[in-house]
Write a protein that binds this ligand. Structure first.
Ligand code: SAM
Ligand code: SF4
Length: 329
């Protein structure tokens, strides 16, 4: 098992399938994009599956989430999902996506074994979307959401990041939109993970503010504490239930003490935290002929070195050199 020095066990593996993206969300990357990783540096489909197999069959991983960059840009994604679903014990398989292309891919991915999907949607206003993501693709995202639900990827979850003066007036409309369609909404505090290093604490819309905005239109009561478990979203029952809304206070209400996550980047580096400043290079070890035992040893050593918390509030906090899109959100 992937147990760290504080007794936390990593069971939730997030695998980035590409650092590329077809949007440019301003909290993630600059409008001109980034220098994408050269293809030879990316894990091949077989290498991804080898590491996921090792995690699931030897190291106690029970949930695999594919992410990026935009994971739907990875040509082999359906095959990777199919091979993940064939592992024993079969892990839960989920996907975090901006939704573009899901209208085409939701069916094949569900058929391949995908269990759940999280779609990022920060606004329902086409012009705001274009300003925030620097692409006019809101309609594609909305089509993707419909397709995900039709494909049975239920409940479709939506992630929203609010930015002051840009889309913070949309907390209530976003929640109404989700309630009307049976999507489960979670708001995420903006974290210092943008490539431009433009994050500023004062501009962040905090969990408290989000709850205040929602409280103007809904009565929210905290869900049973056990409903949170190791999931980072604090859950609130809306108007007596049964629907709920999640608020992920990654910065102001850190959940590091119960974190059960570990990450593999698209170029095969194990990261024990989104905010880690060190990585362990499983790709090069694999390409140099490392055995499964050696890879498992390196992976375990990386998890053991995990720090107690992200320390965003610590004066010595250093933003990781890789942005969210390269780490795998
Ligand atoms: N492209 C996919 C997407 O947008 O869902 C997957 C990768 S994206 C990096 C994963 C999640 O991270 C998205 O929900 C996105 O909103 C979130 N995210 C990106 N940058 C963030 C930041 N600086 N703070 C908080 N969340 C962020
Ligand atoms: Fe792309 Fe997701 Fe980053 Fe937006 S948050 S730019 S969709 S990787």
């Amino acid at each position: 098992m992937l147990v760290d020095s504080f007794g936390r066990t990593a069971t939730d593996l997030r695998v980035s399938l590409t650092d590329k993206c077809n949007l440019r969300c301003s909290y993630c990357m600059p409008p001109e994009g980034l220098d994408w990783l050269p293809k030879p540096e990316l894990l091949t489909d077989d290498e991804v599956v080898r590491l996921v197999t090792l995690g699931v069959e030897r190291l106690g991983i029970t949930e695999v989430r594919y992410t990026g960059g935009e994971p739907l840009l990875r040509r082999g994604i359906a095959d990777i999902v199919r091979r993940t679903a064939a592992l024993s014990p079969r892990p839960q398989i989920s996907l975090t996506t901006n939704g573009i292309g899901l209208d085409r891919l939701a069916g094949p991915l569900a058929e391949a074994g995908l269990d759940r999907v999280n779609v990022s949607l920060d606004t329902l206003d086409r012009e705001v979307f274009r300003r925030l993501a620097h692409r006019d693709r809101l309609d594609d995202v909305l089509k993707g959401l419909v397709a995900a639900q039709e494909a049975g990827l239920d409940p479709v979850k939506i992630n929203a990041v609010l930015m002051r003066g840009i889309n913070d007036a949309e907390a209530v409309p976003l929640l109404r939109f989700c309630l009307d369609r049976g999507y489960r909404l979670r708001f995420i505090e903006q974290m210092p993970l943008d490539a431009q290093h433009g994050w500023n604490r004062a501009d962040m819309v905090t969990a408290d503010e989000i709850l205040g905005l929602l409280g103007e239109a809904f009565t929210l009561t905290p869900d049973e504490p056990e409903a949170r478990g190791s999931a980072p979203a604090e859950s609130f029952v809306i108007d007596g239930g049964p629907e709920t809304v999640g608020v992920i206070g990654s910065v102001t209400r850190p959940f590091c003490g119960t974190c059960d996550r570990v990450r593999i980047t698209a170029d095969g580096q194990v990261r024990n935290c989104l905010f880690a400043t060190e990585e362990s290079n499983l790709r090069d070890a694999m390409r140099a002929g490392a055995s499964d035992d050696e890879l498992a040893g390196r992976w375990l050593a990386s998890v053991r070195a995990k720090r107690a918390g992200h320390g965003i509030d610590d004066p010595s906090f250093l933003q990781p050199s890789r942005p969210m899109s390269a780490i795998g959100g």
